[in-house]
Write a protein that binds this ligand. Structure first.
Ligand code: ARG
Length: 464
């Protein structure tokens, strides 16, 4: 039972050991040390500018905080659980280093706006890092797509063969998902990087503080508008967790396809040894564990979002200690998403596509049935009727265990006498892919346009 030096004035004894352990956050919020120090230094400079403390005192505080950071980064800092959190650990050490002036740092400030600022700075930086990782991954998808624009595979709906598509087009579908993810992150960061400092405990403060100047000093987009909202709100964090969840969902869908395609029944891809593992009992196995874990870890990122939504839903204004529960879900989601984006880029770079197997798979499942229907429409038959005739052709081919292009001209003319031998060029699978040059289609020119657009976007700096 140790008395807490920061708030222990009215207490006769400190908290029970189990209580201290239950309420502490330093074991995880020490991850915020750099951002806490950054925020405190901006606060000290503002106190100096506003004449709340002298310019020399401000300078002493800023330099002392630099020294604390150096200790932390050198691994020499002793974190104390009885000091609860990262904020009080740093302030206590600052006061040891610079003496009584250290006790002036907290003037006009509460831990409520202090933690708000530190976490907003931290989350904003992480969301920027996610954007960079996602952009790098989009670049990998684009390079792979470029190499495989002409290769075809069965495009599916309902996981059933539907129409032949270019592998490049298929891969770019993920690039576009990730591009929207980046846009969401850019938008999220604009709301996250707003300073709550100056809200103090909840009501603002009597000192002549200048919150907008603190925000400007820290390169933030602005300061809070309402002090109660500023210390109570975590919706920027929920947005960040949704961004993480949505990106993980996209990665997970891609993982699912890699896992499926690596199954020898498909044999569409070969995983590199570095991204797969063996079995301890079955010597032949090469398992897609990285893809499986990425799919699995998506669940825990959703869990973080759900946890915080649930924590927030019943909270009265303003700060409640419940809010300390915002840290671990985010730290966990950040670790998971960052590693997943990084590993997906590596896994995809080393993935080899068995384009022969993909091409061969196009021969089963009547992927060119739509071509025949469109051909009949070209011969003046209304689409619904053409659809029906093509169905009959498919049934005939199926009965004879051959593909549509395996039917003789006689057999086809038995279904519709307007069919000529120009039909066989139309039934060609590559041709089916190449003809789809409509906006955003799978044709080579459309895929080239998509690639050019994505690469131009990647080349621009602040791209939303
Ligand atoms: N460790 C706390 C948190 O993460 C800091 C704020 C504590 N404020 C308070 N009034 N107890 O939320």
């Amino acid at each position: 039972m140790q008395k807490n030096i920061s708030w222990g004035g009215r207490f006769e004894k400190g908290p029970e050991a189990a209580v201290a352990e239950y309420t502490e956050s330093v074991s995880f919020d020490k991850a915020l040390y750099a951002h806490d120090i950054m925020g405190s230094q901006a606060h000290a400079r503002m106190l100096g500018r506003q004449g709340v403390i002298t310019p020399e005192e401000a300078e002493t505080l800023v330099r002392g905080l630099d020294a604390v950071r150096a200790e932390i980064e050198a691994g020499r800092f002793v974190w104390k659980t009885e000091l609860e959190d990262v904020h009080m650990n740093i302030e206590a050490r600052l006061t040891e280093l610079v003496g009584d002036v250290g006790k002036k740092l907290h003037t006009g400030r509460s831990r409520n706006d202090q933690v708000g600022l530190a976490f907003r700075l931290f989350v904003s930086d992480r969301v920027r890092e996610w954007q960079d990782l996602a952009r790098a991954l989009i670049g990998v998808f684009a390079d792979k797509a470029d190499r495989h624009r002409q290769d075809i595979l069965p495009g599916c709906t309902h996981l059933q063969p539907a129409q032949p598509v270019s592998l490049g087009h298929h891969l770019l579908a993920y690039a576009w998902m990730l591009r929207r993810d980046v846009a969401r992150m850019v938008d999220c960061e604009r709301r996250a990087r707003v300073s709550p400092l100056g809200a103090a405990a909840l009501a603002g403060t009597t000192y002549p503080l200048d919150p907008p100047s603190v925000a400007a000093d820290l390169g933030m987009y602005g300061a809070f508008d309402n002090s109660m909202d500023a210390v109570a709100d975590r919706d920027y964090l929920l947005e960040a967790l949704f961004c993480a969840s949505c990106t993980m969902m996209h990665l997970s869908r891609c993982c699912e396809e890699i896992i499926l395609w690596a199954n020898p029944a498909f044999g569409f891809v070969r995983l590199s040894d570095g991204y797969s593992t063996g079995s301890s009992i079955m010597p032949q196995k090469k398992n897609p564990d990285v893809a499986e874990l990425m799919r699995g870890k998506t669940g825990r990122v959703y869990g973080s979002l759900t946890a915080l939504l649930t924590t927030m839903k019943g909270l009265p204004l303003t700060y409640n200690r419940d809010l300390q529960e915002d840290k671990e879900p985010f730290l966990d989601a950040d670790r998971t998403l960052s590693a997943s984006l990084h590993l997906m880029a590596g896994m995809l770079t080393e993935l080899t596509f068995n384009t022969g197997r993909m091409r061969a798979a196009c021969g089963a499942g009547f992927l060119n049935a739509t071509e025949l229907a469109d051909y009949l429409v070209g011969k003046g038959i209304p689409f619904r009727q053409a659809h029906h005739m093509t169905g009959a052709a498919v049934a005939l081919a199926e009965r004879n265990s051959k593909p549509l292009e395996g039917l003789t001209l006689e057999e086809l003319r038995g279904i519709c006498d307007r069919i000529n031998d120009d039909v066989y060029a139309v039934l060609d699978y590559e041709a089916a892919m190449r003809r789809r040059e409509t906006h955003g289609g799978t044709g080579p020119a459309s895929v080239a346009r998509q690639l050019a657009e994505l690469r131009a976007w990647l080349g621009r700096k602040e791209n939303a």
